[in-house]
Design a protein. Structure first.
Length: 419
């Protein structure tokens, strides 16, 4: 049998498998990294943690009243060792770290930063964006007028030489980073790479690492990476104000009612607090007290996260097992094997990601749009697909993975025969 005949046979088989899957009329969604209802139920006790007139913090603060812009101290003390940020350099805010990102970037655009009084908005302002990366970072920055510059990554993090080359331009003001279990690859930045970024020369005096530790506590396995103390690394390198650290409990407790955190160098904390004081009289301290009482201490957070892992690790395993059994050894795709976070990245043949996403949608499986993992929604190789296994049930995840595999095979053999 000729090579072309073999490919045609594979294409015919893939087409039959795809049609069989599509005929089931399923409606499955693996687009976004949302917690499942089972995960949200883990924090049901949060809703009963504050009741009646029992609304004071251990230090006697009445959480119903104005004030406390920095958030209640006991909750900051609880999360300080988990995030590797000193309590007095950690702010606790509202329910969304994305809002803190928008606020701090806006402050910099309007007022400059702790390291420079020149507002970023007075000239061109650009951000470095490791790819594949987090679409919400890119969308937010684009909406604020930043030009987005892609930076390639390897299995230790962003390529520093390329970042340093671009940072010779003073209009490059910073770099997005998801240091642990990166969205969407699951890569955790190595300590060596983090130290290189902390010390990296940059033309902008206030070059900033936008250090979004969204998944730093979301381990899937007993053996896992540790949160990097980026504040100490930057201080040792002579850049104490370089990192702006973001985190939240949005995927730890209740996604719409969590607590966000901001950590930074001493001068930056003062700068942020002064600017926040002009737009807020304080965060929701009642919700912060709920979280304090629900967790109790740092060990309580870690125990809670092990419960999350028990729920979602089997879903990741189901996807990885299906990919391996159906695509392993075929040279049609590669995929990541994350030890934490919320995503698996599937890298397909060049030029096929958008076709796979379209086929999947038509067969009843919704995927994140092709290109979402890159600035401006443009994946130059058109070959990266983000898989989010957490929200559906385990059975639904397995079905969705089977459908995805059918789409990968069909699109791949179409391309091979056409090319």
């Amino acid at each position: 049998m000729s090579h072309t005949s073999e490919l045609q046979a594979e294409l015919d088989s893939a087409a039959r498998a795809y049609e069989e899957f599509a005929s089931r009329g399923l409606k499955l969604d693996i687009t976004r990294g949302k917690p499942s209802s089972e995960q949200l139920d883990l924090a049901a006790g949060l809703l009963d943690a504050v009741s009646g007139d029992d609304v004071k913090t251990p230090s006697g603060i009445d959480t119903r009243n104005y004030g406390g812009l920095e958030g209640i101290v006991e909750l900051r003390e609880l999360f300080s060792p988990l995030l590797k940020v000193p309590t007095d350099q950690l702010l606790a805010g509202g329910n969304a770290s994305l809002s803190l990102m928008a606020q701090t970037l806006t402050f910099a655009i309007l007022h400059g930063t702790a390291n420079s009084s020149r507002p970023w908005g007075q000239g061109p302002h650009k951000l470095l964006c490791p790819v594949p990366g987090y679409d919400r970072h890119f969308t937010l920055a684009e909406s604020l007028g930043f030009e987005l510059l892609s930076i390639p990554m390897d299995d230790e993090g962003p390529i520093v030489a390329e970042a340093q080359r671009l940072a010779e331009d003073e209009s490059v003001k910073g770099m997005w980073l998801v240091p642990m279990y990166s969205n969407p690859t699951g890569i955790s930045i190595s300590a060596k790479r983090a130290a290189e970024l902390a010390a990296m020369p940059a033309a902008a005096p206030d070059f900033t690492l936008l250090w979004d530790n969204a998944y730093g506590l979301h381990h899937l396995r007993p053996e896992h990476a540790e949160v990097i103390d980026i504040l100490s690394l930057c201080a040792e390198a002579g850049n104490p104000e370089r990192p702006w650290i973001f985190a939240s409990t949005s995927k730890i407790t209740h996604a719409g009612a969590g607590v966000s955190f901001f950590g930074a160098g001493p001068d930056t904390i003062g700068w942020v607090r002064a600017n926040l004081g002009k737009i807020s009289i304080g965060p929701d301290k009642i919700n912060q007290l709920r979280h304090l009482r629900f967790f109790g201490d740092a060990a309580g957070v870690e125990a809670h996260m092990r419960k999350h892992a028990e729920v979602i690790a089997p879903k990741f395993d189901a996807v990885l097992s299906t990919l391996e059994s159906e695509l392993g050894g075929r040279d049609l795709a590669q995929w990541t094997h994350p030890d934490g976070g919320y995503f698996i990245t599937l890298t397909t043949m060049e030029g096929t990601a958008d076709r796979i996403v379209k086929l999947a949608a038509e067969a009843g499986v919704k995927l994140t749009p092709a290109g979402a993992t890159h600035p401006y929604g443009l994946d130059p190789l058109n070959n990266v697909i983000r898989i989010a296994p957490t929200m559906p049930t385990a059975d639904e995840v397995e079905l969705a993975a089977q459908g995805l595999v059918a789409c990968v095979k069909l699109a791949s053999y179409e391309k091979l025969l056409a090319g």
